[in-house]
Design a protein around this ligand. Structure first.
Ligand code: 3PG
Length: 216
């Protein structure tokens, strides 16, 4: 297979593990050790958000140095950001919402977009572009588990990664739903642990998250 034409699919991203850390990297020196700590704890799929000025450099460093990781970019809102993240080495992208411009740009690119939806109309727009895997955001605020169960009625073949308000207390309840493949959350890369470079704690949190998944 020609490696340059290979595009990871959204379903591969969502099925690569039950939990996806939402990472906010303030200090470039933290990028590789944070990613390594998560991988050591059993988490391969990493979402690095574009919420800090060094995010793209962090993506580049992680994709070059942490080969076991499946590196993605988060908080994407424009085609320009999508292009820049792909150039930095991200193989998937997560957006908090969706627009026709962003969906079209992703379709024409080599990066897998998992757009966020919070309503049926947004879901239908994404489906018009052939997508069947979405982020459900902000999960808890947008109706949580009852909303996901309700969506399963009219959209039985759609799979979600709920994010926003997910924690160790509720993630198993989300993962128990048939239309949920994984959950995302910042609790897996907490700001205090990163600030104090407590990589052992990050690894421990990752391990706990994986070990405590209750088989559905
Ligand atoms: C996201 O961008 O997906 C959310 O901000 C993460 O939400 P959380 O902090 O509630 O996990």
């Amino acid at each position: 297979m020609n490696q340059t034409n290979w595009k990871i699919q959204p379903k591969d991203v969502l099925n690569a593990g039950p939990v996806m850390p939402v990472m906010v990297i303030q200090d470039l020196d933290d990028a590789v050790p944070l990613a390594q700590a998560l991988v050591a704890g059993g988490i391969k799929v990493l979402e690095i958000t574009l919420r800090t000025p060094i995010a793209l450099e962090a993506i580049k460093l992680i994709s070059e140095n942490v080969k076991e990781a499946i590196v993605g970019v988060g908080t994407i809102t424009t085609p320009e950001q999508l292009k820049a993240a792909e150039a930095a080495g991200a193989v998937f992208a997560i957006s908090p919402g969706l627009t026709p411009t962003l969906l079209a740009a992703a379709q024409a690119s080599n990066i897998a977009l998992i757009p966020g939806i919070a309503t049926l109309s947004e879901l239908m727009m994404g489906m018009e572009y052939g997508l069947d895997h979405f982020k459900f955001f902000p999960a808890e605020a947008a109706g949580g588990i009852p909303m996901l169960k309700a969506i399963a009625g009219p959209a039985p073949y759609i799979t979600f990664c709920p994010t926003g308000g997910i924690s160790p207390d509720n993630y198993n309840a989300y993962l128990a739903l048939n239309n949920v493949a994984c959950v995302g959350g910042s609790w897996l890369a907490p700001a205090d642990a990163v600030k104090t470079k407590n990589w052992a704690k990050v690894t421990e949190l990752a391990k706990q998250a994986i070990d405590n998944v209750i088989a559905a």
